[in-house]
Design a protein around this ligand. Structure first.
Ligand code: 5GP
Ligand code: MN
Length: 357
């Protein structure tokens, strides 16, 4: 595969926008066993865009397997093809996943910009001899990781990058309803149901064209957002009432959740998805940080950062929490106690006092 770059930062560039001229090797005859991988703690965009790609490749006669590093939320399990996803940390799937990667003649990596975002999958993927293609929308993709990069950080989701490529290739009208459902879900999840990062008119052209395939977007919304367990709703109330600290002068809010509290409310990993966004609905709040003890690695604190407007969560995440992400939605990790994590978060917020006036 000829090494090629198809990426830009900020706005859609000419090179990327002329996709029919770029290489599109995944449907070539030489690739028949294709593995699609997404990032650790996969979200709706990671799962939706990976499954859309799987359905697309299967329609082209390929064998395509989606592999994720660890479990994904229950509210995505209804997606067409979700039951075929291999989860590496599930002992029943691990060997099958390893064999699929070993035997793959092509690996496509979705919704991540660096190999370490593959976590437990990283070694198998980087040791595989198969060429790699990246499809993503995060800033600064690692240019040495994949031979071919489709990356466009101005796009709202990896699902949108795929929509764009389908349109440029004149393939949009040929997609199946399953592909359309997965692509809609991917974009809906990464934009909070089109409530942020979603002002570019072309997104609504894609939505309109996806709807033309007969998808029920209202049902998709309910499947994803109206599926709380009693535990999740009560946990949400508890987090907001008891655990949320509002730093009024800094226009910021911090929430914490330990595994002990998680057990009390009988909630699983995905049950906390989206809770970090709630403090941003408070008038004047610009930044919300959720410190969440890792369920699989107690002693590691996972951080989720969300902002409105210009506050650069990605910069804060990479400077203070060894992470990154997007301007308004980022994450990172700390290896310390919850009390120490809280101190570090407070210090990080203080160092951005100027931007949080
Ligand atoms: P979440 O808060 O939902 O876990 O993550 C939000 C976004 O931040 C993700 O979509 C991803 O782009 C980014 N992100 C989360 N955790 C990390 C991390 O540890 N490293 C990097 N580079 N990005 C992360
Ligand atoms: Mn994404």
């Amino acid at each position: 595969m000829k090494k090629q770059r198809s990426t830009t930062e900020g706005k859609v560039n000419e090179e990327f926008a002329t996709a029919p001229n770029v290489q599109w090797p995944m449907i070539n005859d030489q690739y028949n066993h294709i593995v699609i991988c997404a990032h650790v703690n996969p979200d709706g965009d990671a799962i939706g865009s990976s499954l859309a790609l799987k359905h697309y490749l299967e329609r082209k006669g390929k064998q395509a397997t989606v592999i994720v590093p660890n479990i994904f939320p229950d509210f995505l399990k209804w997606l067409p093809g979700a039951d075929s996803i291999l989860t590496y940390t599930n002992q029943k799937h691990k060997e099958q996943a390893k064999t699929a990667i070993e035997q793959a003649d092509l690996v496509i990596v979705c919704d991540l910009n660096q190999p370490n975002r593959l976590a437990v999958l990283e070694q198998d993927v980087t040791q595989s001899k198969a060429p790699r293609i990246l499809i993503d929308h995060h800033l600064d993709p690692d240019r040495d990781f994949c031979q071919l990069i489709f990356s466009e950080p101005s796009m709202c989701a990896t699902g949108e990058v795929f929509c764009h490529l389908l349109r440029e290739r004149n393939e949009f009208d040929d997609i199946s309803q399953d592909e359309a459902i997965c692509l809609y879900t991917a974009m809906m999840c990464d934009t909070g149901a089109f409530s942020f990062n979603s002002n570019r008119p072309v997104i609504y052209e894609y939505i309109s064209r996806l709807l033309a395939h007969g998808i029920d977007k209202d049902q998709i919304y309910r499947n994803v957002f109206y599926t709380a367990t009693e535990g999740r709703l009560r946990l949400q109330g508890y987090l907001l009432y008891v655990n949320m600290k509002v730093l009024h002068e800094r226009h910021a809010a911090i929430m914490t959740l330990t595994n002990k509290e998680r057990r009390r409310f009988k909630v699983k990993n995905g049950d906390t998805e989206g809770i970090v966004n709630i403090p941003l609905t408070m008038l004047g709040i610009k930044l919300s940080i959720f410190i969440n003890e890792d369920t699989e690695h107690p002693g590691i604190m996972k951080l989720s950062l969300r902002s409105v407007g210009d506050f650069p969560c990605d910069q804060m995440a990479s400077r203070f929490f060894g992470g990154g992400g997007h301007k308004n939605a980022s994450g990172g990790k700390l290896q310390c106690s919850m009390a120490e994590a809280l101190e570090k978060v407070n210090a990080a917020i203080e160092s951005y006092a100027d931007l949080l006036k």
